[in-house]
Design a protein around this ligand. Sequence first.
Ligand SMILES: [Zn+2]
Length: 190
Amino acid sequence: MYKKLFYFRLVYIYLKSKMAVKKILLYPNPLLLRASARIDAFDENIANLSSDLIDTMYDADGVGLAAPQIGINKRIFVMDCSREDEKKDCRIVINPQIEHVSEEFSSYKEGCLSIPGITEEISRPKVVKVVYQDLNGVLQRNTYDDLWSTCFQHELDHLNGKLFIDHLRPMKKILVKNKMKKSSKKEKKV
Ligand SMILES: [Zn+2]
């Protein structure tokens, strides 16, 4: 019994070492507030960056993660908005652009891995038609709806140095920022 546990522990440590879970930067880190650079080289570095993003996103139980959130100001994000009863469906999105937005809006209670503990109702276009490049640099066109659309827009904002709290009314934004400052002070004390 003991030997078996020891074996599982070794396997666990091995698997963890294969994963590259990065530290997620927290607001108001300046790297989160900067516009990210376009990607022109579709090489091993970008492939490694995308797998770091995927490992970090799943480890944090997120539905999306953008490169600036792990301190790299490049225009790439990953997202997986599949439901728990569906298969994993991770998309790697490079140099994204929105070509068309619906007139209809939908509202979601959004959160962000870089702004822990805060969720706010944010209204965004319900459907977006988008174009981006995949890991090989090949153009992909897609239409996203509902949560996928919200997530795409939230992650694209990150690449432009914008956070979901920037969509709030000014007074509300000040309240949320103050709450964040207080919680980061608390974290420093611990
Ligand atoms: Zn976010």
